[in-house]
Design a protein around this ligand. Structure first.
Ligand code: CO8
Length: 257
C-alpha cells in the first residue's frame, strides 16, 4: 500500500510505522490518522508481525492535531468526521504497539503516544497538552489517559497551564517507560519491540488486556479477569513450550498456538 503521510517497513517480526509530515512536525491530519490506522491494522492481521513500533522523527513525534485543518471547523463537522476517535482503534489491536518518541509529543501527539502500550523516549523529548493555549481542551483521551498515568495534580497542571514535561519528568511521573540518550531512542524502541516479539503472542494479548482492565474496572473484577486469562493460557502450546524450555534449560520458541 502506498502511503503519503507515513512510512511503513518490516524489521523481522516487528512492523515499523514512521509518521512522515516533517514540514508540520508530523501534525496529525485526517489523512495521516486514516493511513496510520490502516497500516497498524494491516500489521495486526499479519500473524508474522509480533510487535509494532510507532515512531516520529528526531525533531517531533507529533506536534498535535493539524491546527490548519481544524481552525475553521464547525462543531457539526467535527462531530461527523470524528477524526480523532480513530486512535482508539490502537486499543483494539491484538499486537502490542510501542511508541518511540523524540522531540515534541504535544496535544494529539501526546495522546497518540499514550494510546500505545508503552512509550520509549529520548532525553530530548517533551510531552504536553497545550490545547488550553488554543482555547480548547485535549480531545483524544488526554484528560483521561494522562490523569491515569500521572495523577490529578500533574494532569491539572499540564492541561490548565499548558506546560510540558521533559522525558525524565514524564518517566518519573509514570508516563514514559524508558528514557534513552538522544541518539539512541529509535534503536532502543526497536530493541524493546524485538524483545516483545520473542514472547508468546497469546500471553502478550492476555497481559495487555489484563493491564488495560486495571484502568477500566474495579480491582476485584480486574483480578478475576486476570485469573481467568491466566487459567486459559494453560490451553496454549506456548505455555507448554515455555515451561518445558525452562526445565530443559533452553530458550523457548513460541509459535502463537
Ligand atoms: N498543526 C499544524 N502545523 C503545525 C503544528 C500543528 N499542531 N505544529 C507545528 N506546525 C508547523 C508550524 O506552523 C510550522 O510551519 P511553517 O514552517 O509553515 O511556519 C512548522 O510546523 C514548524 O513549527 P515551528 O516553526 O512553530 O517550530 P518551533 O520549533 O518554533 O516550535 C512547537 C515547535 C513548539 C511544537 C510549535 O510548532 C507549536 O507550538 N506547535 C503547536 C503545538 C500545539 O498546540 N499542539 C496541539 C494542537 S491541538 C490538538 O492536538 C488537539 C488534539 C485533538 C485530538 C487529536 C488526536 C489525534
Amino acid at each position: 500500500m502506498a502511503y503519503e503521510t507515513i512510512q511503513v517497513e518490516r524489521d523481522g517480526a516487528v512492523g515499523v510505522v514512521t509518521l512522515d509530515r516533517p514540514k508540520v512536525l508530523n501534525a496529525l491530519n485526517p489523512q495521516l490518522l486514516t493511513e496510520l490506522v490502516d497500516a497498524l491494522e494491516d500489521f495486526d492481521r499479519d500473524p508474522e508481525m509480533r510487535c509494532i513500533a510507532l515512531l516520529g522523527s528526531d525533531r517531533a513525534f507529533a506536534a498535535g492535531a493539524d491546527i490548519g485543518s481544524m481552525a475553521d471547523a464547525s462543531p457539526i463537522q467535527m462531530l461527523r468526521e470524528n477524526t480523532f476517535a480513530r486512535i482508539e482503534r490502537i486499543r483494539e489491536l491484538t499486537t502490542p504497539v510501542v511508541a518511540g518518541v523524540s522531540g515534541f509529543a504535544l496535544g494529539g501527539g501526546c495522546e497518540l503516544a499514550m494510546a500505545c502500550d508503552l512509550i520509549v523516549a529520548s532525553e530530548a523529548a517533551t510531552f504536553g497538552q497545550p490545547e488550553i493555549n488554543l482555547g480548547i481542551i485535549p480531545g483524544a483521551g488526554g484528560t483521561q489517559r494522562l490523569t491515569r498515568a500521572v495523577g490529578k495534580a500533574l494532569a491539572m497542571d499540564m492541561v490548565l497551564t499548558g506546560r510540558s514535561l521533559t522525558a525524565t519528568e514524564a518517566r518519573d511521573a509514570g508516563l514514559v517507560a524508558r528514557v534513552t540518550a538522544p541518539e539512541a531512542w529509535r534503536d532502543e524502541t526497536l530493541a524493546v519491540c524485538r524483545t516483545i516479539a520473542g514472547k508468546s503472542p497469546i500471553a502478550l494479548q492476555a497481559a495487555r488486556e489484563s493491564i488495560n482492565a486495571a484502568f477500566e474496572t474495579t480491582l476485584r473484577a480486574g483480578i478475576e479477569q486476570e485469573r481467568r486469562a491466566f487459567h486459559v493460557l494453560f490451553a496454549s502450546e506456548d505455555q507448554k513450550e515455555g515451561m518445558r524450555a525452562f526445565l530443559d534449560k533452553r530458550t523457548p520458541a513460541f509459535t502463537g498456538s
